[in-house]
Design a binder for this molecule. Sequence first.
Ligand SMILES: [Fe+2]
Length: 182
Amino acid sequence: MVDLDAFVDDCKSALASDDPVAAVEGLVRDVIADPEALHSAFGERITGKSLRDRIIFHDDELTVVQIATVPGLQSPVHNHNMWAVIGVYDGEEHNAFFEETDGTLKQTGERLLKSGDVAVLAPKTIHAIDNPIERKSNAIHVYGGNLVARTGRSMWNPRTQEREDYEIGQLSEYTKELSGIA
Ligand SMILES: [Fe+2]
């Protein structure tokens, strides 16, 4: 059994530790070790398909969200302006990493996360995610701040490659465009 409220409480305690990111990484690794239990725990909490509906908890210090990606889903390039721990518990999540130099975006690396894999992203990380497989994939994402309201976040317009202020509604529109979802 996975108790998501207990998980959130454990993450809050981790924030007060000497190394919050490593502590949260350990918690995420533990919670994704039982994918079916995590799947059913989320099933009881998620109220809809939007990103907001999938947020289990958020305050100014912490966000815990379930991220489901349909086949072919592709996010626009974005940053978080806070650390993130990503744990895939079903399927795969491909991460592409970027750097911006003199206003030009360049891919610098990539990592394919499979079920059971955990990735830690630094506050300055710029990335895009996609689901490379033919079925839905599921992950838990934990952020060291408020994912929805964090200021200073950016996303990159997929048509012009220009940096824009992060806005969750527009991010969803770009995701639909890139993914070919009407
Ligand atoms: Fe992200």
